[in-house]
Design a protein around this ligand. Structure first.
Ligand code: PEP
Ligand code: MG
Length: 754
């Protein structure tokens, strides 16, 4: 039955609307299984009825008119049980109900399969036979598989309002599609769907006679792309700050990297034509990124692929057809690239929606830089069907509405207006201290290192850098960067912020983030060889990095070193020994290096319960709430299947944080929070109440967090913390915090719309 199944699935996917998809299903299933009737009933949740939505075998006039109360008949039973029901004589079953209007007379054989999406039963695919018939296992599996296929199409029809129109139930609210909140903000606009122009995967290998000319052609294409980037960067000079435009430098770095250029040239020299050589290089490079567990690093693969397509486009002399972008364009794509965003005139770009990617995609980073709302990873969105449709983007809650109803649009227009007022108020906070109403200053630092080595976003606003992640320079190269290379990178960032402190974290790479030149294969990488574990096992890597950091700070004196993934006291002691050794060696070499403050990250539950012992050995602590939440709740931070379970406001996470802050206080050591939680205005109320000493976050969160701090006293924050501690789940904590933030008049910061 595999072949008919494949054929039907293909036809369903090609159907232009739900009605035709259902027609395809009922006709094909009836024919393949040889049943007398095949019908689809869909649940109308508002009316609490199952509606006959398509049939082959019953009276076609009954479609849309036959409605069964939710709990009646065999259809109701399939829904209640959420499993297939196969009866050789359904008419004998106590739940059997005879429906007159369908022309349904003496049907005996019955097979019903629930149509389920995300645990919710959306309807039933039902087969009927006049004679008694028990359907075979193969037939049951076939119908169950098709019912699962149908679920996606129905969900889309539901959110786009199509189903409501089919069911003639106007006035019902739209449903939304859930993705990942990637850039805050709200927008209403018109979808413009974009596709990659050149198809790298379709490029064949081809032998060539003259590698020299082919190499020239390739280098010419690299130059062309560099010029494109330059033009885009200039185009954005008005819209993006100088720091934001550093993104273009990151692309240039990638474009001109050894990995891309040298490897392709080597393949050309070996006799492949330029497009084939380019495809092989890009595939190899992307594969390395694809294997990475870390969401941010995996996303860099999309950038590499996109650069590859751009180069190919120039090699093939293709030029992008100019797209007419309507005012309030919502850019939609399957694997949107930051360059496609940059193609849209700034004044026309209202929002960004991608079916793949996450908050750490460059697309998201650029959207945040431009202040444009973005929702990523909306896997259920069939992009082929939304071009030109109206879309609402809710970048706070990571949801979108397609073809929204008037009532929803009115609500969003109102929210957008409130948001505009709030943004101009926030701008007024620039250059004001992050000080509570009772005069306590909570310094706000920046997290950086992901996009560019120098001049990160938000440079003027922050107290310094609270977390500089050093992984990227190791990943974009084809070997470990040497001491000199690292020194220059660190020097740039230290100099840009001096005299403000810059906390540089030692390499946090491992089995989950393999380097192309240092492969690690593990079945459970998050619990494996990563962070400090790997660098202590390879002291030469650690010493080179620390030497580079110490040298970079000569004459600046603003370096702090942070150790990731600490789970034992011994790791801290060993790391300190190596840092002292690097310091002594550099001194012996005649360099005026200073011993910087060293801190440990608290991101493993074991470290929470040994916080006192750790605090005795270091000068500061920094809590990585991203990993701490993942390990405490046993929820993979990058797995969308369990994303709903990942919540930093879980009472267990809050208790762990209290433990850390209290333990550190007893030792007189300062605690900073550097996970995403530090940038969440709701969580900040609790962190302030706990008495953390500083927060470190991405640039986009600075003003919002400052607004919260400036509206609260510490006493108020403590009260709020006390009221939250007895609560037993994250949802109750969030509700309480939302109330608190409304009370201080900052509801707008978190008021995300429906
Ligand atoms: C964290 O785990 O919270 C953290 C800040 O580190 P990273 O996100 O780089 O793992
Ligand atoms: Mg971490």
């Amino acid at each position: 039955m595999l072949e008919p199944l494949r054929r039907i699935v293909q036809k369903v996917n090609q159907a232009p609307d739900l009605e035709q998809a259902l027609e395809v299903i009922v006709q094909s299933v009836k024919q393949v299984v040889g049943a007398d009737v095949c019908s689809v009933y869909l649940t109308d949740f508002e009316a609490r009825e199952h509606v006959l939505q398509a049939t082959d075998g019953l009276d076609p006039r009954s479609v849309g008119t036959v409605r069964l109360p939710l709990n009646r008949g065999l259809i109701g039973l399939v829904c209640e049980r959420a499993e297939p029901i196969n009866l050789d004589d359904g008419s004998q079953h106590p739940r059997y109900v005879f429906v007159n209007d369908t022309g349904e007379q003496q049907f005996r054989g019955f097979l019903g399969a629930p149509i389920i999406q995300n645990r919710k039963v959306l309807g039933v695919l039902a087969l009927r036979q006049r004679a008694p018939r028990r359907f075979g296992d193969d037939e049951v599996n076939f119908v169950v598989t098709l019912a699962a296929q149908l679920a996606g199409a129905i969900t889309f029809a539901r959110i786009s309002g199509e189903l409501a129109r089919l069911q003639d139930a106007n006035g019902l609210p739209n449903h939304f599609l859930q993705g990942l909140a990637a850039s805050p903000g709200l927008a209403i606009g018109t979808a413009v769907v974009v596709y990659p122009l050149a198809d790298l995967d379709a490029v064949p290998d081809k032998a060539i006679a003259e590698p020299g000319a082919e190499a020239e052609r390739f280098l010419g294409a690299i130059n062309d792309v560099a010029e494109d980037l330059e033009q885009l960067s200039v185009r954005f000079s008005g819209a993006l700050s100088l720091e934001d435009r550093a993104l273009f430098d990151a692309w240039r770095m990638m474009l001109e990297s050894d990995v891309l250029v040298d490897n392709t040239l080597a393949r050309i020299r070996a006799g492949n034509w330029a497009p084939g050589a380019l495809r092989a290089t890009i595939c190899e490079h992307v594969k390395v990124f694809d294997q990475m567990e870390d969401g941010y690093l995996r996303e860099r693969g999309a950038d590499v692929r996109d650069l590859g397509r751009r180069i190919l486009m120039h090699l093939q002399n293709l030029s992008a057809q100019p797209i007419a972008y309507p005012p309030a364009t919502i850019l939609v794509g399957e694997e949107l690239s930051a360059m496609q965003i940059a193609d849209v005139p700034r004044e026309s770009l209202a929002g960004v929606v991608s079916t793949t990617g996450s908050g750490s995609s460059h697309v998201a980073i650029l959207a945040r830089g431009l202040g444009v709302p973005a929702v990523m990873g909306v896997g259920e969105l069939p992009v082929g069907r939304v071009d030109g449709r109206e879309i609402i983007v809710n970048g706070y809650r990571g949801r979108i509405y397609v073809a929204p109803r008037e009532a929803i649009k009115t609500e969003y227009r109102q929210l957008i207006e409130e948001e505009r007022v709030l943004t101009s108020e926030l701008e007024g906070l620039r250059h004001l201290p992050a000080e509570t109403t009772d005069g306590h200053v909570l310094p706000l630092y920046l997290n950086t290192g992901l996009v560019t080595e120098a001049r990160p976003l938000g440079i003027e606003e922050s107290a310094g850098i609270g977390l500089y992640r050093t992984e990227l320079p190791f990943i974009v190269r084809d070997r470990f960067p040497g001491e000199e290379v690292q020194m220059n990178i660190y020097r740039e960032i230290l100099a840009a912020f001096a005299p403000r402190p810059v906390t540089i974290r030692t390499l946090d790479i491992g089995g989950d983030k393999p380097l192309p030149y240092f492969p690690v294969s593990e079945s459970n990488p998050f619990l494996g060889w990563r962070g400090i574990r790997i660098t202590l096992d390879h002291p030469e890597i650690f010493l080179t990095q620390v030497r580079a950091m110490l040298r970079a700070a000569i004459g600046l004196g603003n370096l702090r070193i942070l150790l990731p993934m600490i789970s034992t006291v011994g790791e801290v002691e060993e790391a300190l020994k190596l840092i002292k050794r690097a310091h002594a060696e550099l001194r012996d070499e005649g360099m005026a290096v200073a011993l910087p403050p060293v801190g440990a990250m608290i991101e493993v539950p074991a470290a929470v319960y040994q916080v006192g012992s750790l605090a005795k050995r270091v000068q500061f602590l920094s809590v990585g709430t991203n990993d701490l939440t993942q390990y405490l709740l046993a929820v993979d931070r990058n797995n969308s299947h369990v994303a709903a379970l990942y919540d930093e406001l879980h009472p267990a996470v809050l208790r762990a944080l209290m433990e850390v802050v209290d333990g550190a206080r007893a030792e007189g050591v300062e605690v900073s929070i550097c996970g995403e939680m530090a940038g969440d205005p709701l969580a900040v109320v609790l962190l302030l109440g706990m008495g953390v000493h500083s927060l470190s976050m991405s640039a986009g969160s600075l003003l919002r967090v400052k607004a919260v701090i400036r509206s609260l006293s510490r006493a108020r924050a403590r009260e709020c913390l006390t009221s939250v501690l007895p609560l037993e789940d994250a949802a109750s904590v969030r509700r309480r915090l939302l109330e608190a933030i409304e009370e201080i008049g900052l509801g707008g910061l978190t008021r995300p719309g429906r």
